[in-house]
Design a protein around this ligand. Structure first.
Ligand code: GLU
Length: 378
């Protein structure tokens, strides 16, 4: 075994994506009940050793299409959206029942593209999922297929899973589908094709192994999986590809079955801070007092009480520069309030926010997870 391969048991926050072909029996169009029961036991095992788990489950369209008696083959958009509306209920019920059997609470979360791409909504989606995880619930996530329009879709759950893993600072994502992993060549055509155990860097050679979109080796679509891997690696999240169809695929993965791991070089926290410090253009500026400068230096969040001035026009979730009284930029972060609300609460205690704004906002104007000290970049 490649010593670089991460141990599944060592990952603290794990996203697991299950493809439709894994979950649904193609003959009957129903959920594969035995597989499902065994998988729920595997998830319970991960939870029992303290790992946080998020499930990205496909299968809504595959389940719903039979119930609506749509003909086989690719469906027009409106029919697949209708099928998702029917299938998603069944899918959520199945997850909820299977994991309830192990004493776990399941939460259904349906996301549209903007929920992970648009910063204001991103903060909300992340806070909701973090709250669910903190309470020990298992989020079961899918694209909100019924309302997502063609232009603003993730389109495939590999990409959705990678976005969720990045947004939630997961340290691992496992894509379970109908392929073993990444091969040096198409294993159906080249008998010499070998499985690549670990990919530390996405070289052009590796990327070419995905084939073009739609010409991937496996029906699971290697090209979209490589795109997902790129997203994950940049976000500090290791990503694995393994076959999901056998019973207990996570146990098989841990037992050393066929798998490919794409390795992240940084932790999710460091990658996120690099993104805030390097990739985003500040839309405004907060000037803070000396006490707040000290607090930030100790790794604390920025509270409204320490802010003495607010400049610029920005929305909640935008990146702002944080300057000391001499005007030096000492930090950068994603702000939890828009410019108007930030003005209203500056210099005030967090307990006053509700009275000042008429709603109970966050105590922190910039939470420490969303803040990076300039000069102390990861
Ligand atoms: N969201 C789709 C469904 O639940 C699946 C998309 C995919 O498999 O990539 O049916």
């Amino acid at each position: 075994m490649d010593p670089l391969r991460p141990a599944l048991s060592g990952l603290k926050r794990l996203a697991i994506k299950i493809g439709s072909s894994t979950l649904i029996d193609p003959q009957s169009g129903s959920i594969r009940a035995e597989w499902f029961a065994a998988f729920a036991a595997d998830i319970a095992r991960l939870r029992a050793r303290g790992q946080e788990v998020l499930i990205i489950s496909s299968g809504a369209i595959a389940l719903g299409r039979g119930r609506l008696r749509f003909s086989p083959g690719p469906l027009p958009l409106e029919q697949s959206q209708a099928a998702a509306a029917v299938g998603q209920i069944e899918l959520a019920r199945a997850w909820s029942q299977a994991l309830a059997g192990h004493g776990h609470v399941v939460a259904q979360v349906l996301l549209t593209y903007d929920d992970t791409e648009e910063r204001r909504r991103y903060l909300n989606a992340r806070a909701t999922l973090n709250t669910l995880l903190a309470q020990g619930a298992i989020p079961v996530i899918n694209e909100n297929d019924t309302v997502a329009t063609a232009e603003i879709r993730y389109g495939d759950n590999d990409r959705l899973a990678a976005r969720v893993a990045a947004m939630m600072a997961c340290d691992g994502l496992v894509l379970l589908s109908d392929i073993d992993g990444l091969y040096t060549a198409d294993p159906r055509k080249s008998p010499d094709a070998t499985l690549i155990e670990t990919v530390p860097v996405l070289t052009p050679d590796i990327l070419s192994m995905g084939g073009g979109v739609g010409s991937a080796f496996g029906s699971g679509g290697m090209a979209t999986k490589l795109m997902a891997a790129k997203l994950c690696m940049e976000a500090g999240c290791h990503m694995a590809i393994a076959r999901g169809t056998p019973s207990s695929p996570l146990s098989i993965l841990e037992g050393g079955g066929p798998q490919t791991w794409f390795l992240a070089s940084a932790t999710p926290q460091a990658a996120r801070k690099r993104w805030i410090a390097g990739a985003l253009k500040p839309q405004g500026q907060l000037t803070i007092d000396e006490g707040a400068v000290r607090a930030l230096g100790q790794g604390k969040s920025l509270l409204p009480a320490g802010v003495v001035a607010v400049d610029g026009t920005f929305e909640r979730g935008d990146c702002v520069a944080v300057c000391d009284l001499a005007g030096h930029e000492i930090a950068r972060g994603l702000i939890a309030y828009d410019a108007g609300d930030a003005h209203s609460i500056l210099g005030r205690r967090s307990a006053e926010i509700e009275i000042l704004l008429g709603f109970k906002g966050r105590d922190e104007i910039i939470h420490r997870d969303d803040l990076v000290l300039m000069g102390v970049r990861a």
